[in-house]
Design a binder for this molecule. Structure first.
Ligand code: GLN
Length: 257
């Protein structure tokens, strides 16, 4: 099946980032970190191809997941960016939603970017409703509340550099470089449960995204979290040359992070 086009195809700057993929120097051992692992990428809609490529670049075997049997034997799963309502509907239609909920509850490591973060959230502050008035559903597992499209309409997509906890393995001796983050109509996290670790926040004072100062209302917004074997970011490391978020996920699977 050829999935419907996601919002990414039309976003500004995407091609530019795509072009730099693989041109940034990898961090130590990056290309071997995932060797021997099977990483599933939910391939119903959105930018799953970029995540397949990012997973393969770690040395892992990457598998596009469209049916329940393809979940057998995976060591971890990536839920891509895209449109969370569409991924939710297709996952239910393809009978993937219930097996996924069970695997997440049983401890499968999962990384969700953007729409993937929404699909991992236990709660959506502003869920979309279908024609019958039923709210969109999530797979859940992460004790967070997300707000969709949270950074406002004025300039829905933006880029900024973030301090990101847990990337100590990429310390070059002069510190850990910030993560260049691309936001494309991304969510932010409004509430985190006790066991959820905040990995990155967008600071309203950062002049690089001054256009979002109004939306941020003087408060830093959480854009990356981890809870046990679940990792989620509001942004898209898969569309830049940034490889360390995928490497962190691989290290989580290996029990090294
Ligand atoms: N706004 C989208 C949603 O609600 C997410 C956008 C993205 O994944 N870049 O699902």
């Amino acid at each position: 099946m050829e999935p419907p086009a996601g919002p990414f195809r039309h976003s500004s700057g995407y091609g530019e980032h795509y072009a730099v993929w693989m041109t940034n120097p990898p961090s130590t051992d990056y290309s071997r970190a995932g060797t021997g692992l099977r990483i599933g990428v939910l391939a119903l809609q959105g930018d799953f191809r970029e995540h397949l490529r990012a997973a393969e670049a770690t040395g892992a075997t990457a598998i596009g997941i469209r049916r329940p049997s393809e979940l057998d034997g995976i060591d971890g799963l990536i839920i891509p960016g895209g449109e969370s309502t569409t991924i939710d509907k297709l996952a239910r239609a393809f009978e993937l939603a219930d097996p996924l909920r069970k695997l997440i509850a049983d401890g499968l490591p999962v990384y969700g970017s953007c729409a993937g973060m929404i699909l991992l959230a236990d709660e959506i502050a502003d869920p979309a409703t279908d024609l019958a008035g039923n709210p969109q559903q999530t797979f859940g597992g992460l004790d967070i509340t997300v707000r969709r499209n949270a950074f406002g309409r004025q300039r829905e997509s933006f880029e900024t550099d973030l301090e990101f906890k847990g990337l100590g393995f990429s310390d070059t001796g002069s510190g850990v470089a910030p993560v260049h983050a691309v936001f494309i109509r991304g969510p932010w996290v409004e509430r985190v449960g006790d066991v959820v670790e905040v990995l990155a926040q967008v600071e309203p004072a950062d002049p690089e995204h001054a256009s979002h100062a109004a939306a941020l209302q003087g408060t830093a917004r959480i854009v990356a979290v981890r809870s046990g074997q679940l990792l989620a970011t509001s942004f898209h490391p898969e569309v830049t040359g940034e490889k360390r978020v995928h490497e962190l996920f691989i290290r989580m699977i290996r029990g090294e992070a």
